[in-house]
Ligand binder design. Sequence first.
Ligand code: SAM
Length: 271
Amino acid sequence: MHGRISIVLISLVCCASAGCKDGQEQAGTTPGTRAAPPPRNEQPKHLPQPPHREPKVVPPPRRKKSRAERMKEPQPGVLTREQLTHMLTNARDMWMQPERVVKELAIPAGSHVADVGCGSGYWTFRLSKVVGDKGLVYGVDFDRNAITYMKERVAKKGVKNIKLILSKSFDTRLKPNSIDLALLVNVHFLKQPNEPEDSQVSEDFPGFYKSVHRALRPGGRMAMVEPDKDTKSSRHVSTDDIARQMGEVGFKLKKKYGILRGNYFMVFVKK
Ligand SMILES: C[S@@+](CC[C@H](N)C(=O)[O-])C[C@H]1O[C@@H](n2cnc3c(N)ncnc32)[C@H](O)[C@@H]1O
């Protein structure tokens, strides 16, 4: 009897140490052999896995932006409401003679024209009356505040033939061959907000005028009214210099008027 109990005990101990369940051998193992342990580098599935981390991306070293790149960046809205309102003062009429200037331009009704650097619309609404219902006036400005101000004025007046364009410093964003006339008043002499201190009109403006040139239809005109002296900076250029610069971007001087005190008024045609 004792001998039988010890045989049963010995076989139970052997079975337990070999991993048997209810006395059965594990599937896939040769009876009497151990199951192979998982390979060393393989984590058992039930253990918590380390969180997945994306490899760190090291940004390339910052490159200093070129002068041309800086000039193309969007402009901030710098004009205040006070400045924009001030541009509409009637006092300007004395020396700007807007009705006379618009009359000299003899713009046919139905024309498509652009007031480039429209500000608060001193010229835009006058042009809108001249071109009439069948015409169109683009009010173009790169200053966000000016365009917001203009949107309010256009909505308040309920004018239907004015379209506003928030432009870029050296791109009017007007479609090619889309306009008969571009009017630019007090735009040329201004220093652009992103302009480097040392910039000169002659170096930096061709791109801007080229974009006006592109927007004009064949034979289209560009009219400019600018102060003939800029006391705040050295940017003043003579009418001869302006004519030469415009010639370089594809304009031909058509007429130079001497009707405005302290301002020149020149009309160019697209060559
Ligand atoms: C002195 S204000 C004159 C505004 C308007 N032409 C007038 O006579 O009342 C100049 C305007 O031209 C805009 N301007 C200057 N440079 C520009 C550019 N490169 N492209 C578009 N607008 C420009 C300014 O934001 C500003 O609204």
